[in-house]
Design a protein around this ligand. Sequence first.
Ligand SMILES: N[C@@H](CCC(=O)N[C@@H](CS)C(=O)NCC(=O)O)C(=O)O
Length: 208
Amino acid sequence: MSARLNIYGDAISGNCLKVKWTADLLGLQYDWIETSVLEAETRTPEFLAMNPAGQVPTVVLADGAVLAQSNAIILYLNKVHSGGLLPQEPYAQGKVFEWLFWEQYSHETAIAVRRFHKHYLKKSDAEIDPKLMEKGAAALTLMENALKDGAYLVGEKLTLADISLVAYTRLAHEGGFDLEPYPAIRRWIARVERDLGLQPAQTPERAA
Ligand SMILES: N[C@@H](CCC(=O)N[C@@H](CS)C(=O)NCC(=O)O)C(=O)O
């Protein structure tokens, strides 16, 4: 076993990239173990012994302990490495948690799922549950309204809420979601991508 953090992740997965970006921002040393969902590498007996849920991201800490669920992992990494990605003030901290829970229930479940069906499973629009488009658009509208008056989701600087939410929002077009009607979201994506040192996922026309 390696004595440093091991991140099992699939580079096409926003959930996994959240963990990578957080580890990078915190300056952590880690090994990335590419684990393909499409190749069912999360369903091997070895992987299931580590994480019975059969999902990435999964991390193995330096002492061998295992942790799964993207938002739990980024909260953990930020806490043990005294990162500044979660405000200390209780209400602001509560708002970050609000976004993280909302992301998993109301955003990722529509935008990431539709992206997976459309972009990776190559399904036609007719083959994809229409409720995913409806739910995703509602999530984007909620974010657009929240971002109209602020540069970030909570407070004046990058938090785990932005890292978590940007993961699939910046790739929403791959799920068939047009970001043109959401200018505040497009500005926010560009800002967060800059903070994270990422190449823009949106084409210049889409990001404008
Ligand atoms: N709620 C989980 C979702 C994890 C998840 O759905 N991971 C996908 C990749 S994005 C996966 O591993 N799928 C493989 C499978 O379910 O077999 C998280 O935030 O980490």
